[in-house]
Design a binder for this molecule. Sequence first.
Ligand SMILES: Cc1ncc(COP(=O)(O)O)c(C=O)c1O
Length: 493
Amino acid sequence: MKKHFRSILCLLLALCMCGAALAGCSGQSKDKSDDGKDEKEDVTYTLDNIRDYIVGLDEPVELEDGSKQALINFDNAATTPAFLPVMDEVNDKLKTYGSIGRGFSQKSNISTDIYNNTREKVLKFVGAYDENEPDKYTCFYVNNTTDGLNKLASALIEDKSMTVLTTRIEHHANDLSWRERCSVIWAEVDDKGRVNYDDLEKLLKENDGKVNYVSVTAASNVTGYVTDVHRVAKMAHAHGAKIIVDGAQIVAHRKFSMKGATPEENIDFFVFSAHKMYSPYGGGAVVGLTEELNKHMPTFYGGGTVKIVRDKSYTTKDAPAKYEAGSPNYPGVVGLGKAIDILEQIGFDAIEEHEKKLNRKLIDGLAKLDNVILYGDCENIDDRVGVVTFNFSDINSYHLAEQLTKIGGVATRRGAFCAHPYVWRLLGIPDDDVDQYNECAEASTPGMIRISFGIYNTEDEVQQFLDVMPKVMDAAREITEQSEKVRPGMAKY
Ligand SMILES: Cc1ncc(COP(=O)(O)O)c(C=O)c1O
């Protein structure tokens, strides 16, 4: 009997070993990730399974009534949660972390290779890599879009006499970084809030040869409008200007290529943040024409940017090194590279389609609610990424956002989204009137509510949000009415 039992045990053991060996060969082995989830090494990421690979998606938050639920995160234009494989990749690659470009060690060599090889991946991701001209574009790493635009501006703008043409749709990052350094002119938005291309062209003609750079956003963080940047590139180039594109809101939403249909339509510089594409480790990049970047020097000085320093002078390296003063952000670059892999695997056609469905459901649902005001074009939504902004004429948006969090467990953003001139235009507030809000409490400054989707959001979540809205609106309306009694004339929205 004992002998029989022993042979069964041996058989089981052999089967287990065989299974493990087979799994190893086919790449099916399972790894435990840091937050305890099983992760197959050869997972194919799709829109259908991506919710399993978002860090913290099931993390419960406490609502006002003491109950707990997973947050419905509709604030992805601000920042996105991490992809689990991004987190795993960063943790894994930290095992071989060493000084980048400066050290003598095996780890230093491995980290330096990963850091530099990711540049080509970034160039390919934004359509800036051409096998026939591999050095035409290069990329330097930055902390985020704001950092990238400021670094670029500090290099390109030589004196105050230079002119940048931008638009009234921009995030402050692509407005103030120019205002502070040179003369700026702004193209207006049209009655639906889109960039007014005619005005842009008119300004280029009026200032023919005087505009050095045209800087526009690829997608608005307020209305989600996608700018036809290749059309703008053609106009800019025809008038002797170069074009810079703020890519913060496009990179996780639409396939973007710096290459246009013709060379005149090509983009010269492109800037984006990794934390808006599921890699919140502080990475980002500026992709630009190597020759142009080599002509300039950003106002950031220090180690890594120079060949030789003499007592009273120094010789700088070429781009990208001269744009990366100080020790690099290795986790930021590792995370960015992995996020690119995953987004590309999921595919931007699928992402675009999914966002349009979510936008349609949300807009149609909101439109049924009493006193709603929706911003931007809500009929033709094809040129909008997953961003929807709204108000109610009888409810202060600050109180509404707060009640949405407390009652519904829904994360949104409320305010003017660091795009004040654009939001004042959409709200119909003249520029001369906005100064009165300088010293106001936050709830009394005008604003709107923004819902912005990530690729993992679902139609069920939109429905959950719509279902809870009547209760949330009642609560917020009551607070609005009470505050009006205490502080009459507070901001309408
Ligand atoms: C269009 C746009 N540009 C620039 C930025 C600034 O990005 P970051 O905060 O990553 O620097 C944002 C941020 O929301 C944005 O939406």
